[in-house]
Design a protein around this ligand. Structure first.
Ligand code: TEU
Length: 544
């Protein structure tokens, strides 16, 4: 395969198209907006972009409910706009990945519409079951399976007197992957976009693709305080992590490889989204995923975790990899609270970790400037079904909207996202000071640090090929990450203490005869002058 491994030391960036840049001022981001901002990625040191779904959709789940896999959502633009976006991206040397959503379609997809009419071919594209008759009278769902967004995983269809299954919203019916035609359809979708020149895919909701063919009731999780409508009320042993998922992923991988070979184009890659156990995540490497998303910085550590917890989290991940697996570090995405909100005052440290650790780093749009969640969203303004399902009093507890508000480009109206029309979610009011333009002119800013780190990552053989060691120093106040390669070292020091400075003695850590290339030090967002000392020369001690 041509240019195999181009992605192995790359920074990837997730674009949330609705919120990135609104070129036509209709309140919703669009492809033309993205194209107009492609230079930003070059400036930020990003190698590849992944676009959250841009396909035709009724937008019940922000585009993860697709009504036509081969059309562009009209408010995002046209196929010509997409072709232009990729053309310009290639010109700038950027790789382009799309979101592949194989688990389900929109209920408005023609396949489901035909399925509803009992069409011979399409009925079996989805998962239809008879309900349970109670006292011979009231129809109940076939079993107790729940939807990730809360409530039953089954919806009744009056005309055909059967229930269909949906892991997510009722408007997102699950495809039936035991039907080979469905697999073939999805392969056609992949091929369609590869023919348009995309470099790979982020594959959505992978552990949810298969369900047990026996439709057993799931056991109760017995987690205290969880109510019976909540997804966590059950243990999902029959609807998640099915072994057949891995074989499907392997078949996608084979297809990508065959495609790259037969067209003599660069390697095509796959990133897989799976919130699952460490073992299951690592298994995706064995079944062909190039980048099985590592969500450990989202799920396993938080603002209260000390250096020892971080060390454990990093080491456990790295030690699970076999030699040819490439590590990856995801800091945030559109489903989770933003990094700067989850790690108050430590956004820069998290950026440094992602960039100094080996392998692929994944940035969610806005994280390069330390954007914060916007909780100032009324129920009426809310969009996310996961939040709205909880009703007016509780929607913010699970809503993903706060992490999805428009990108803050500058201090003009709406943060420069558009030219003043109302935006689909409100722009965070802090945009007046927290914006890209501002951070570009400051000598020290989240963005400047981000840039320095991506540049170091790209240009340093140590970071690309070096070994990795983590050390807890100063009585569990400081975490050191040391990358070592031949005669060179890069060391990252993070002071976890919010108020007390740490003097770090590094004499033991610096290998004899080695040149210490750089030391990145940061104790809080305000102490970043020291963190920026990423000069390609040895930097003195002690740490600030
Ligand atoms: O998310 C898959 C998934 O499992 C989510 O339910 C996730 O755990 C949850 O949102 C955390 O709050 C993917 C997409 O990333 C998400 O945006 C979609 O809603 C979902 O699939 C359905 O397509």
């Amino acid at each position: 395969i041509k240019n195999k491994g181009w992605w192995k030391n790359m920074v990837f960036y997730q674009i949330y198209p609705r919120s990135f840049m609104d070129a036509n001022n209709d309140g919703l981001g669009d492809l033309e907006g993205i194209t107009s901002k492609l230079e930003h990625f070059v400036d930020a040191g990003i190698g590849g972009i992944w676009l959250s779904p841009i396909y035709a959709s009724p937008m019940v789940d922000a585009g993860y409910d697709i009504s036509d896999f081969k059309e562009i959502y009209d408010k995002f633009g046209t196929m010509e706009d997409f072709v232009e976006l990729t053309r310009r991206a290639k010109e700038l040397g950027l790789k382009v990945l799309l979101d592949l959503v194989p688990n389900h379609t929109s209920d408005k997809h023609v396949w489901f519409q035909k399925s509803l009419t009992n069409d011979k071919q399409y009925r079996d594209y989805y998962i239809w079951r008879d309900g349970k008759k109670v006292d011979g009278e009231i129809e109940k769902p076939p079993n107790n399976w729940l939807s990730v967004f809360g409530g039953p995983g089954w919806t009744y269809h009056n005309d055909s007197e059967q229930w269909y299954f949906h892991q997510f919203a009722p408007e997102q019916p699950d495809l039936n992957y035991t039907n080979p035609n469905v697999v073939k359809e999805m392969r056609d979708v992949v091929e369609f976009w590869l023919d348009k020149g995309v470099d790979g895919f982020r594959v959505d909701a992978v552990p949810h693709i298969f369900e047990s063919n026996h439709f057993e009731d799931e056991p109760l999780s017995n987690i205290p305080g969880v109510t019976e409508n909540e997804y966590d009320y059950l243990e999902h042993i029959y609807t998640k992590d099915d072994i057949r998922t891995y074989h499907l992923i392997q078949s996608f991988r084979n297809f990508l490889d065959e495609y790259a070979n037969s067209t003599d184009t660069d390697e095509k890659i796959m990133m897989t989204e799976a919130y699952t156990s460490l073992n299951n995540t690592i298994s995706f490497y064995d079944y062909g995923s190039h980048v099985p998303f590592n969500f450990k910085f989202i799920r396993d550590v938080d603002r209260n975790s000390g250096p020892d917890r971080f060390k454990l989290t990093i080491d456990t991940w790295l030690n699970s990899l076999s030699e040819d697996n490439i590590a990856n570090w995801v800091m945030g995405n559109h489903d989770n609270s933003r990094t700067a909100t989850r790690y108050p005052g430590r956004a820069d440290q998290m950026t440094m970790l992602a960039m100094i650790l080996p392998g692929v780093a994944v940035t969610y749009n806005g994280e390069e400037i330390g954007m914060l969640d916007n909780f100032n969203i009324s129920f009426a303004q809310s969009d996310d079904p996961q939040g709205c399902n909880l009703g007016e009093d509780h929607y913010l507890e699970k809503s993903r909207d706060p992490a999805r508000t428009p990108f803050q480009w500058d201090d003009t109206v709406n943060g420069g996202f558009n030219t003043g029309n109302e935006t689909w979610l409100p722009v965070h009011e802090n945009y007046v000071s927290l914006n890209l333009a501002n951070q570009k002119t400051s000598t020290v800013s989240h963005y400047k640090i981000y840039q320095a780190l991506t540049s170091l990552k790209k240009n340093s053989p140590v970071l690309e090929q070096g070994s990795t060691k983590t050390i807890v120093l100063n009585n569990n106040k400081v975490l050191a990450v040391i990358r070592d390669h031949r005669e060179e070292q890069v060391m990252l020091l993070i002071n976890f203490d919010d108020s007390v400075e740490q003097i770090v003695d590094l004499s033991e850590q610096i290998a004899n005869n080695n040149t210490l290339l750089s030391v990145a030090v940061a104790s809080s967002d305000s102490a970043v002058e020291a963190g920026i000392t990423l000069d390609p020369t040895a930097v003195g001690l002690p740490a600030k």
